[in-house]
Design a protein around this ligand. Structure first.
Ligand code: SAH
Ligand code: DHB
Ligand code: MG
Length: 220
């Protein structure tokens, strides 16, 4: 199995399952035109996030790492009419593109894009109602700190999902760069936290070999 085949299969799955639509395609095109890196989740991964959020009955969603708002669109579409999503982004260009993409997708009223390093904006969320679902997908060295915040801000029974926890296998290499070390420490910390019940899965596809972690908050 090589990356070419994984990508071909992702394309076939997207087609066969009817995953793409004009608002999502436009969001990716606008992100590319603005020079954002193509590091958004794949369509089948976005749909997985959407289904997980709906299974969790999520009414309030937090996302850390917006980029052009592609995963944000998938997640915000999981919300009921009166639901809301807050997404945190440090890059002003990305935040502007995301805002425009979300409006174009008809989700401007449900989503707040908050600009700034997430470690600066997260403390402001303690005064808000707890979140039902948190998606962690920003800078990898800060994943352990993001997990602390996510657990604090998630309601009992809520779900925390993190992207990029395998990084082509770098997660198990002792000489890994600080990004892979960040996700490794994230997994160790999640496993050691008595408030969480955790798993992680490897994925292959158009985005290479990587993985997602899922953590259910089972105690306060
Ligand atoms: N969730 C997006 C992809 C996010 S890529 C999707 O799947 O569509 C990671 C994003 O995190 C980038 O846009 C990057 O600018 C942002 N980021 C990096 N460091 C950050 C920080 N300290 N605080 C907030 N966002 C950050
Ligand atoms: C990177 C970040 C991501 O969120 C991702 O899905 C892939 C790559 C990165 O920072 O390189
Ligand atoms: Mg990611």
């Amino acid at each position: 199995m090589d990356e070419h085949l994984w990508t071909e299969i992702d394309g076939w799955l997207d087609q066969s399952l009817g995953l793409a639509d004009p608002a999502l395609d436009l969001a990716l095109a606008a992100s590319e035109a603005a020079g954002l890196q193509p590091i958004n989740v794949a369509a089948n991964q976005g749909k997985m996030l959407n289904l997980l959020a709906r299974s969790a009955g999520a009414r309030r969603i937090l996302e850390i790492g917006t980029l052009g708002g592609y995963s944000t669109i998938w997640l915000a579409r999981a919300l009921p009419e009166d639901g809301g999503l807050i997404t945190l982004e440090a890059d002003p260009v990305a935040a502007r593109v995301a805002q425009s993409n979300l409006e174009q997708a008809g989700l401007g009223g449900k989503v707040q894009v908050r600009l700034g390093p997430a470690l600066d904006t997260l403390p402001h969320l303690v005064d808000e109602r707890a979140f039902d679902f948190v998606f962690i997908d920003a800078d990898k060295p800060n994943y352990p700190a993001y997990l602390d915040w996510a657990v604090k801000l998630t309601r009992l029974g809520g779900l925390i999902v993190a992207d990029n926890v395998v990084r082509g296998g770098a997660v198990i290499r002792t000489d890994a760069d600080e990004r892979a070390q960040g996700t490794r420490r994230f997994l160790e910390q999640a496993a050691a936290d008595p408030r969480l019940d955790v798993t992680a899965l490897q994925t292959v596809g158009a985005k290479g070999h990587d993985g997602f972690a899922l953590a259910l908050k089972t105690a306060d």
